[in-house]
Design a binder for this molecule. Structure first.
Ligand SMILES: [Zn+2]
Length: 704
């Protein structure tokens, strides 16, 4: 037995040094380093242990380093094949180890996995830098890039060449030594600033507490909110009292239901002043410095502003395009929000009050207006949204659109008993890929919902490698003898993630780097968001939204109420979001690396767009984590950009029929199969025949 194992390992290590071989021969077999001997080559979860990852990472990085050295050492003139494709092929093992680890660390983590993650992260980033900053490698890429026009490449090959070239250039490969040194300094300082920014907000979130001692001060709050506040008080050493914090699940219900206007004001003001208290947690200097350094870096790399640098890689391309786009939605949204404010003011007066509506009143009075207008309670819908039915509803939509089938497979290994495995087949019965659904929360899983993959689709030496896609959620488990009944918001989430899954499953690309969901940030939400449109169409609801006890389809009356309530408060939601998008763009279109007064700058920015005083921007600068400590600088607009795309794309179905086969085929061929192989706008226009229009979104949000 032992001999066989050693033999297999030696085969896998042919390119490595002898010393390495000896070291490996004494080790137990590492399943991550062997072929997966399972149906469809899925990971053999029962064999993979936490201790296998780190050696596998190291081995995989060594392998890629050797592959890179081979490319660099090639005496032949650089060509697309011996440089770009060779680079693309390198790191095959690393991708495999990375994917398996990444999926499981999100869905099935533990202390050991987290320790591996911490140890692997710096190794991984150094490995990346070693490749990006390899001058000889860049020279080869550059040689090929300069001959691009003579090479007779396909569209996809052109894209691949440009992606690699840009990666290196944007990483500073073209700079001289002095500039490179300054770039490294800037990057280093920025990494510390962004880390500090995030840590300060985390501390701010945790330090404020609204302690309520008198039961009368709880007036208006629902019982489960009071119970949660009592539990929070106990945890924080205030037994017998009630505590509210700045975390959304605690603060939002307080703003919605508390009759104590003064206390609503108190918690709200604490929230909007995070990072702005002129103390050790203040973020104003940090963010000004961050914005200034980003301008300096943009200048070094040859861009006018940080936004120009970021947007070059997105669909929007230029800051002007983002501003023009935001303006189109801002005006109607602002008008609707003013009407909403008036309705809330009327409700205030109807109750016999004379004060003027303030930002901390918005949730409280909008809740009252909603009840009066729509008489819709979420709990009325839940019995119709049994998880399995909703999932089958999503499958039904995909089958009707693309003719694909989902076949439950009990013979394929899975990493947890909650997971369900489906083989996805095309209309002609041929294999497309595997979908794992994993919908319930557990301690080992992070929050939220997401799509990921154990393996992306691509072609290796002409052979199609089929994708292994996962969909994760944190939906309510079955309780008290009832099946899992999920909220209407969860229904949309399930359809949304399923849309990302289809993007991964139906991918038909040659190169891994460009396949599936490897597309710009302002394009990636199109396939996911468009699926949400089908979820609540009456024709689709009738198929899957069946009462979990009686099996009866959802009553028309409820469907109508849902439709109407969907337009509620959309002006407010759009305005607070768009204001933040403008603020993001303003910070990142600065042309001088100067440190500014953060609050003055913010006030000017929001005054310029005419934000009304009853609404506060969704994120004020000192706690705008997305742009000052996350990856969304000059990118916060992406969400609504993709909403325009999905609303406009769905219009193509509405113009014909919900399941129009010609339109569906075009969406599959031009969007879902193509990944990032071409410019997204070209792909979109090939599907739609024109650039996306903003009107369908405005209509959907009730803004026109
Ligand atoms: Zn998404």
């Amino acid at each position: 037995m032992k001999k066989t194992i050693c033999f297999l390992i030696v085969i896998g290590l042919l390119f490595l040094s002898c010393a390495k071989q000896e070291e490996q021969e004494t080790m137990e077999v590492n399943p991550l380093l062997s072929e997966f001997d399972t149906p469809f080559g899925v990971p053999p979860f029962d064999k993979i242990k936490e201790e296998h990852y780190l050696p596998a990472f190291k081995e995989a990085m060594d392998q890629q380093q050797n592959e890179i050295e081979e490319i660099v050492g090639n005496p032949d003139t650089p060509t697309f094949g011996n440089t770009i494709e060779a680079l693309e092929r390198s790191g095959e093992l690393l991708r495999k180890v990375d994917s398996v680890f990444d999926v499981l660390n999100g869905s099935m983590t533990n202390d050991k996995m987290q320790a591996v993650a911490k140890e692997a992260a710096p190794l991984r980033s150094k490995h990346q830098d070693d490749i990006r900053l390899n001058e000889k490698l860049f020279q080869r890429i550059n040689t090929v890039y300069e001959k691009e026009d003579e090479l007779d490449l396909t569209e996809e090959q052109n894209m691949l060449l440009e992606k690699y070239y840009k990666d290196f250039v944007r990483g500073g490969a073209n700079l001289d030594e002095k500039e490179k040194a300054r770039l490294r300094e800037i990057n280093k300082e920025l990494s510390v600033l962004t880390l500090n920014f995030g840590e300060n907000i985390l501390k701010e979130d945790n330090r404020f507490e609204l302690v309520i001692e008198n039961e009368d001060d709880l007036a208006g709050l629902p019982q489960q909110v009071i119970t949660a506040a009592a539990e929070a008080a106990k945890e924080r050493g205030h037994e017998g009292k009630w505590v509210f914090t700045l975390h959304n699940p605690s603060m939002i219900p307080f703003l919605q239901y508390s009759q104590r206007r003064d206390l609503r004001e108190k918690i709200f003001k604490a929230y909007i002043n995070r990072g702005n208290n002129n103390d050790e947690l203040d973020n104003k200097a940090i963010l000004s410095r961050t914005a200034a350094l980003r301008v300096e870096r943009a200048h070094l790399l040859g861009y006018k502003t940080h936004a120009d640098y970021v947007l070059e890689m997105n669909m929007a391309k230029k800051p002007e395009n983002v501003y023009q786009f935001l303006d189109k939605i801002w005006k109607p949204a602002l008008a609707v929000s003013k009407v909403e404010a008036k309705e809330l003011q009327e409700m205030i007066e109807k109750e016999g009050n004379s004060f003027k509506l303030q930002p901390w009143d918005w949730w409280y009075y909008s809740e009252k207006v909603k009840k009066a207008k729509y008489a819709l309670d979420e709990e009325m819908l839940r019995p119709y949204f049994k998880l399995e039915n909703v999932r089958d509803g999503a499958f039904y939509v995909a089958s009707k659109l693309y003719g694909i089938q989902f076949v439950a497979r009990d013979d394929i290994p899975k990493y947890h008993e909650d997971v369900r495995v489906f083989e996805v087949k095309d209309a002609d019965g041929s294999h497309i890929g595997i979908l794992y659904t994993d919908y319930f929360p557990r301690a080992s899983k992070r929050g939220g919902a997401w799509m990921n993959s154990f393996r992306k689709q691509y072609r290796l030496e002409g052979k199609n490698i089929h994708p292994l896609i996962t969909n994760n959620g944190n939906f309510a488990r079955p309780t008290g003898g009832k099946p899992a009944l999920i909220s209407s918001e969860n229904v949309l989430t399930l359809f949304h993630e399923f849309g990302h899954a289809l993007h991964g499953l139906l991918s038909d690309c040659t190169y891994y780097r460009l396949s599936g969901t490897s597309v710009p940030r302002d394009f990636v939400e199109l396939p996911s968001q468009i699926m949400e449109n089908w979820a609540f169409e009456p024709e689709v609801l009738m198929v899957y939204a069946k009462h979990y006890e009686t099996g009866e389809a959802i009553p028309q009356e409820l469907v109508d109420k849902m439709k109407k309530a969907a337009l509620f408060n959309q002006g407010f939601a759009a305005v607070e979001y768009l204001a933040a998008s403008y603020l993001d763009m303003d910070w990142h279109t600065l042309t001088e690396p100067k440190e500014l007064d953060a609050l003055e700058f913010e006030t000017e920015s929001l005054n310029r767009i005419g934000l009304i005083p009853e609404i506060i921007v969704r994120y004020r600068s000192p706690y705008f984590r997305h742009i000052f400590s996350g990856g969304y600088s000059a990118g916060y607009y992406s969400y609504i950009w993709a909403e325009v795309l999905d609303a406009d794309a769905f219009e193509a179905f509405k113009e014909t029929s919900l399941f129009d086969q010609k339109t569906a085929l075009s969406f599959r061929k031009n969007i879902l199969e193509r990944g990032g192989t071409e410019d997204p706008m070209k792909l979109y226009m090939r599907f739609r025949g024109a650039e996306p229009k903003v009107e369908p979104l405005l209509k959907r949000k009730g803004l026109i």
